[in-house]
Design a protein around this ligand. Sequence first.
Ligand code: NAD
Ligand code: TDX
Length: 332
Amino acid sequence: MSRLLVTGGAGFIGSNFVHHVIAHTDHTVTVLDKLTYAGNEASLAGLPEDRVRLVVGDIADAAVVDPLVAEADAVVHYAAESHNDNSLHDPRPFLDTNIIGTYTLLEAARRYDVRFHHISTDEVYGDLELDDPARFTESTPYNPSSPYSSTKAGSDLLVRAWVRSFGVRATISNCSNNYGPYQHVEKFIPRQITNVLRGIRPKLYGTGENVRDWIHADDHSSAVLTILDKGEIGETYLIGADGEKDNKSVVELILQITGNPTDAYDLVTDRPGHDLRYAIDSTKLRTELGWKPTYGDFESGLAATIDWYRENEAWWAPTKDGVEAFYASKGQ
Ligand code: NAD
Ligand code: TDX
């Protein structure tokens, strides 16, 4: 049994991880989360109070971070400003949280010699051409495109430096696009699902040809637990489930599953600097640590996610109108 400190545990992937940990291990969890617009206490509802505790605070505040890290056996660091579109509008919070926040946690992990796992993204590698047979691997050079991905790249490099220079016992994982329950409606899949549920036409940026490599958040969680358990200190592991799909196909699938005409969507203003394609080669994680995903079928995972949003309107309804007003102001 271990005591995990999970930063950003009230966000999308962090809360999925906390649910996964409670269901599959006997660890206890302290969530440290600032509850920004993206954090939601309701995502942790129903979890046992004797195993999960929420501390509301900022990862960039050493006075909050230090005692929590000191009492933990391991830190799993999910907290971030995570939305590319927001980073194009107002980059500053991305620097404060993703860079200074990660630095503050690393200093605490160094001070108290606590095992650290850093959650990152495939976006640090930039993008691929649609017809490029290559996929990202652990040795692909960093080439981030947006303020979001450049701050995530910076945070990864801080972790590597704290391992090398100070002996911090850290690992890093870079995962592809996640889908599943508890994802904020600003993101692509929940935005389109909740649009359809509200009778609004889905909105595809540009031509809809951009490709993302989808993995269910629960598979991401099992991969992170595997790395915590068996990962080698100082190593980076790419997490992916061979789920490449272009955005247009995803929207068509959402329309089809919900019984709508598959061409009932709008093409809208493209995202500036929009990465064309991401694709992960997760051979290292699979062969060295023996992990494999369990959600093999994207269509049934997507159908279950649509059901979740249909059944949990109270979770997303309060944020929907504000998100749509923000996008409408940008022609999206
Ligand atoms: P999210 O925006 O849903 O959640 C982020 C959480 O962090 C929120 O609960 C928020 O309140 C909290 N937070 C933000 N700033 C904070 C601060 N200063 N102090 C404490 N808490 C703070 O994000 P997500 O999609 O769940 O992403 C989680 C992590 O996974 C991020 O590090 C992201 O880069 C990474 N990631 C995401 C994806 C994806 O597809 N969403 C893919 C790969 C990696
Ligand atoms: O309304 C939309 N229409 C649309 O076509 C939105 C919101 C997005 N898109 C496109 C842009 C991307 O090609 O869909 C794709 C996915 O967009 P996002 O959900 O914003 O995700 P992305 O930019 O790919 O980044 C995500 O995956 C990697 C997460 O938000 C990041 O945190 C993670 O690092």
